[in-house]
Design a protein around this ligand. Structure first.
Ligand code: FES
Length: 148
């Protein structure tokens, strides 16, 4: 499939956009400073399966970090659950009633309840085996991305 170029200049902190690449949805999320702090705090707790992004199949080497990205604020991730391929929902709110007090914002898969944080890192104790997949991408300019 061909690479896709994306203009992210209108993407506000806390917002997400979706583009299609190779027939798959790719989410681009500009995280807020508070969200980056929650990602850091979650890393210290023992509730994520692969907090440091060490499973090599799930991201290019540049994203083997807790933000799973090149620039900490910008997450680029394939929006397909790593369990059976459903489409998770973006749930940025902290501790909503239906997701419980440990929820710090992230992506929730309604099919079988898999939970991913705002870096796409999978929580322990859910069916999805791995973190969401980060596609290859690079910056062509500060607000211009090339995916693929
Ligand atoms: Fe997402 Fe099963 S497909 S939890």
């Amino acid at each position: 499939g061909a690479p896709v170029e994306v203009d992210i200049s209108n993407l506000e902190p806390g917002h997400i956009m979706t583009v299609e690449w190779r027939g798959k949805p790719v989410w681009i999320l500009r995280r807020t400073p508070e969200e980056l702090e929650s990602i850091e705090a979650l890393t210290e707790e023992d509730i994520l399966r692969d907090p440091q992004s060490e499973v090599e199949s799930q991201q290019p080497p540049f994203a083997e970090n807790i933000y799973r990205s090149i620039k900490p604020e910008l997450l680029v991730v394939i929006g397909i659950c790593t369990h059976l391929g459903c489409s998770p929902s973006f749930r940025p709110e902290v501790a909503p009633e239906d997701l419980g007090p440990d929820w710090q914002g992230g992506f929730f898969c309604p099919c079988h309840g898999s939970r991913f944080d705002l870096s796409g890192r999978v929580y322990d104790g859910v069916p999805a085996p791995t973190n969401l997949e980060v596609p290859p991408y690079r910056f062509l300019a500060e607000n211009r991305l090339r995916i693929g």
